[in-house]
Design a protein around this ligand. Structure first.
Ligand SMILES: [Cu+2]
Length: 122
């Protein structure tokens, strides 16, 4: 390793930037229904797990279906760094997109979405 001061500083800057990029933002970890799941019955809730504890004040789960926006219950914090929202009505067959918005340790609001489908309604 080159131990000249300029090289050391450059190496340190690169190392810090890399560490920041890895740890800064919260991210989707898993969900129920799972991403790309093909269900045969309507789920009674949607739950999304993250890599950090979700901040309740900015957290929201919403759901779009074949007939537009589906109203969900209030988004609440669940177990093990998750958000949960009840699905009050039985969902018809079709393709659905879950959209989430939340923030983790650094306070940056992150958004993401994933889809699942229901083959037949119950
Ligand atoms: Cu961030």
């Amino acid at each position: 390793m080159d131990l000249r001061p300029r090289t050391l500083v450059a190496t340190l800057v690169i190392a810090l930037a890399a560490a920041g990029a890895v740890s800064a933002h919260m991210a989707y970890s898993k969900s129920m229904p799972a991403k790309d799941a093909k269900l045969i019955a309507s789920p009674d809730h949607v739950q999304v797990w993250f890599t950090q504890d979700p901040e309740p004040a900015v957290s929201q789960i919403s759901l779009e279906g074949p007939n537009g926006e589906v109203s969900l219950g209030k988004t609440t914090v669940g177990d093990e760094k998750s958000l949960v929202a009840e699905v009050p009505a039985t969902l018809a067959a079709g393709s659905y997109t879950v959209k989430w918005r939340s923030a983790g340790d650094d306070g940056h609001v992150m958004r993401g979405d994933f889809t699942f489908s229901i083959a037949t309604a119950e």
